[in-house]
Design a protein around this ligand. Structure first.
Ligand SMILES: [Zn+2]
Ligand SMILES: [Zn+2]
Length: 286
């Protein structure tokens, strides 16, 4: 059978089944499976194991138990979404590469104490996912969105959510010699000083460099900056870039979630804060 036939069938089956299993009254008993390309081979693992592996991979990103629970629900939602709709791969639902799908960790990466802590985070949120109209949503998460998250074009329910202050912890400072590295990009900087246009939550939408209009994402790539929340200044022959945040900036902001949790917010309210368009649903118990 051709892949598109399987794909079509998977979507059709998903559309038929998911509204049922997403409703509380019809919660199933067992964790569904997901096929994952992990450590060089394809494996069928439970969605609970997938969730635990995401928590392991992001263990350093959030410290508070409530922000870890929020991450668990996000990760479980993404896994459920992948298992129903697939991702960019034909042979499996998702891979373990953070630059392609979502990075997954392994129990060997952490000590026994951390492992049992993360296991209980999974247990306490077991079966809970985020849904849109009772269908699983791809509830993405990001390491640090600094001044706030971004509007996602592909999944419009991931809307921009601002933070009160700019994160000073996840800040990257870079310096470039204009003459050697960026001469052709910046042109005559006295005639054409860099000019930035920002969109929601201080992200650079576009830049005017050397008289040319360049997309903010492209500038971040050209300067190897981790996000599009950056400022540029010129001092004599040097271009200084200050960049805030880490990651794509969509969905749950782990850095912000940690701060909200430290101020006493529980994981359900953290999820409502970052995903105001989504609902929390329990799709299985065991
Ligand atoms: Zn992938
Ligand atoms: Zn941060």
């Amino acid at each position: 059978m051709k892949y598109w036939v399987l794909y079509f069938f998977a979507i059709f089956a998903g559309l038929l089944i998911m509204p049922i299993i997403a409703s509380n009254s019809m919660a199933t008993e067992e964790s569904p499976k997901i096929s994952v390309f992990i450590g060089g081979e394809t494996k069928e693992i439970s969605i609970e194991e997938y969730t635990l592996r995401v928590l392991i991979a992001n263990n350093a990103a959030c410290e508070n138990a409530e922000s870890k629970k929020a991450l668990a629900v996000s990760a479980r939602s993404c896994a459920t979404y992948f298992s129903v709709y697939g991702c960019k791969h034909d042979e499996f639902d998702a891979c373990d590469d953070g630059n392609c799908c979502i990075k997954l960790g392994s129990p060997e990466d952490i000590n026994r104490e951390t492992f049992s802590e993360l296991l209980s985070v999974c247990e306490e949120t077991k079966g809970e996912i985020l849904t849109l109209d009772s269908m699983p949503a791809i509830a993405l998460f990001t390491r640090c969105a600094s001044k706030g998250t971004r509007q996602c074009e592909e999944f419009p329910y991931l809307i921009p959510v601002p933070e009160a202050t700019r994160c000073e912890t996840h800040k990257t400072e870079c310096e470039y010699e204009i003459e050697n590295e960026l001469g052709s990009l910046l042109g005559n900087t006295e005639e054409h000083p860099p000019y930035l246009v920002f969109n929601e939550n201080e992200k650079c939408e576009l830049a005017i460099l050397g008289g040319n209009i360049i997309d903010g994402n492209e500038v971040a790539t050209l300067l190897s900056l981790p996000t599009t929340e950056f400022l540029l200044t010129i001092e004599e022959s040097t271009l200084n870039a200050t960049c805030y945040g880490i990651g794509h900036g969509y969905g749950l902001n782990l850095c912000g979630a940690d701060m909200l949790a430290e101020n006493g917010m529980d994981y359900k309210n953290i999820l409502k804060h970052y995903y105001p368009k989504l609902e929390i649903n329990k799709i299985y118990n065991n």
